[in-house]
Design a protein around this ligand. Sequence first.
Ligand SMILES: C[S@@+](CC[C@H](N)C(=O)[O-])C[C@H]1O[C@@H](n2cnc3c(N)ncnc32)[C@H](O)[C@@H]1O
Length: 220
Amino acid sequence: MSSNTVVSATDRRSYWDMIYNKNELTSVGWYQALPELSLQLIHKSQLPATAKIIDVGGGDSLLADHLLDQGYTDITVLDVSSRAIEKAKIRLGGKSDLVKWICSDVTDFEPHVSYDLWHDRACFHFLIQQTDINAYRSSLNKALKKNGIFILGTFSKTGPQKCSGLPIHQYDEKGLRQIFENTFEPMGSTTTVHLTPSKARQNYVFCSFKNKIEQQTYKY
Ligand SMILES: C[S@@+](CC[C@H](N)C(=O)[O-])C[C@H]1O[C@@H](n2cnc3c(N)ncnc32)[C@H](O)[C@@H]1O
């Protein structure tokens, strides 16, 4: 595929499997040895260690490893790529059994449990079509408890326009608030610069929200 390829929802799985087959964990642009801001925002929510936390589009990221090390006991990682999940499980070894793994496109996700916290760094911004954005919000509303916390990090308006050869949508705090304000109360936002393994600077915006509604009560 060319570097400008737009992948349809049905091709996402094979596209991301190909990316994870081709690249080492420590060479991908989004790699973080320590996902410091995500961990800070999760701590700020003051949830107990038993809280149900889901990392959406978590892929092979080290967030789950750090959450386990910090004593969190109910972590789920969801990703469209089975290869990403396989790599994460191999890396974690015996500890992988302590994490729940879901291979699903977030836009098709049918949660069977209620989560206290939904974290997404660099997954939502790949959803360009309004139908996919609506489907993401539906999955989020079905999955998150009332008063549950939603932490979302995307490329900002001054960030890259593509990631892994795919176009992304850039956001600022106002844009993210507008998308989620019907059902989510904004709790704060911050911007950060991520330094990629090749030393490129990528600007992100992170917003935290609290779910105002009971699960599944909002239809888009
Ligand atoms: C740029 S990576 C970010 C990985 C991780 N969140 C991090 O910050 O290190 C994007 C991840 O989102 C996953 N992804 C992309 N589109 C997705 C979708 N529609 N549903 C679920 N996962 C998706 C990819 O497989 C990949 O693991």
